[in-house]
Design a protein around this ligand. Sequence first.
Ligand code: NAD
Length: 475
Amino acid sequence: MSQYPTRIDGQPVHTDEGLRVTAPYDGRDLGEVPVCTAEHVDRAVAAAKRSMSDAPLPQWRRAEILDRAAQDLTDEEVFEDLARTIALEAAKPITTARAEVSRCISTFTFAATACRTLAGEVLPLDASRAGEGRLGFTLRVPIGVVGAITPFNFPVNLVAHKLAPAIAAGCPVVLKPAHQTPLSGLKLVELLLDRCGLPHGWLHSVTGSGSVVGAALVDHDDVAMITFTGSPEVGWGIRGAAPQKKVSLELGNNSPIIVEPDADPEEAARKIAAAGTSHAGQSCISVQRVFVQRSVADGFVAALVAAIERLRVGDPLDDRTHVSALIDAENRDRVVSWIEGAVAAGATVATGGWVGDDGVLVPTVLTDVTPDMKVCREEVFGPLLAVQVYDGIEEAFARANDTRYGLHAAVFTDDLRTARRAIEELDFGGVIVNDVPTWRADQMPYGGVRDSGNTREGPFHAVQEMTEIRSAVIA
Ligand code: NAD
């Protein structure tokens, strides 16, 4: 099968050795991509750096390119091809994959706005005696070449969340997509270069392993900033390896949700069932830890189990499928072993917990779990909801906060005071009231505290991260 090329300085690049891409659901061969080396990274970074001086892109052109990308993604053929590629290489059900491409359009649209409105500010210099008579203002200056490293689970929209703000900020970018799902990212790169008018020096892709290609990007002296989305272990390792670079990290979570007795249990159960199992739970803000107040726990668990059992498991290309395979057998077996560990320690399987003939782990609800179990303490990244019962809201807040992660948390309640307390007391990057922690709009500032990261993404915020403030003073 032919090799899908990466692009360096506009040119397609092939390598003798190829990295095979296979469909997690049925193991079908989807082709291969090049196995790049540090030398490819060098070439890409050098071309990116050159483009800043040799082919400057004014703000209006960058905004136009971003608008063009949003427009071209609505082309039915492009849209459907990207969605199908995501569905195949990530085993993301096709309806969810289409939603990802729609979000990608939104990301480019907001990045165009962020680009057009990117501006410095006037400095009130004569507010101090020393500044009297001087005019001061700031410029937002591109930080330099950006290295973008992305995970497997949103292979189009999370790539867009790095490329679009980099273009908006005026930074050339070198992309290293996840080795499991490189094809959809490469297609997005191709679209930007070949259809949207992005000059070839401004965007490059390098495929291969994280430990070789990703590490070469992190080590490169001419890469000013690494924007990384992925696991905490790799992310914090990168932060440690590049102390002098700007490194923005978007990492994992084990999202809590609190269900208060005044909430509608049916609605909460339905939304939690969908949000805990969408893309088989492989979202950084997938619901994982469910806290339900004791007086409504039985009815809620029954509704949750019923909602989970209504989900259809199977082929990601089938429009009716809600849940498909995990990214690989190793991760499926890991989640199964965590379920077994929890059960051995006293948890009860309320539904699921088994692997079907097609190798897909069936969505699972565990009750009687305790905070020390792996299914509560770690990030499961699988279709699993771990339900705990609480008595008072203080206890719920304390248990939700008892985690090394801090991306999103949520509460279902009809009580305004509880909603307000949740927003104030849940120590997370985002708190959602009356919906799941999985809820996100692409223009929001998005990111976490503690082990979940050190930045906020979303075009308006990422553009700030990718530019430096230059103070200008005219005496
Ligand atoms: P991962 O950390 O294994 O890989 C992410 C990327 O890093 C890949 O491209 C990989 O090749 C690369 N990489 C691996 N080792 C590297 C190294 N030594 N140097 C440089 N790059 C290296 O993550 P994953 O399994 O692809 O994704 C799942 C994780 O991503 C989960 O923890 C999930 O919560 C997190 N995630 C976070 C967000 C967010 O916005 N906060 C969004 C999606 C996923």
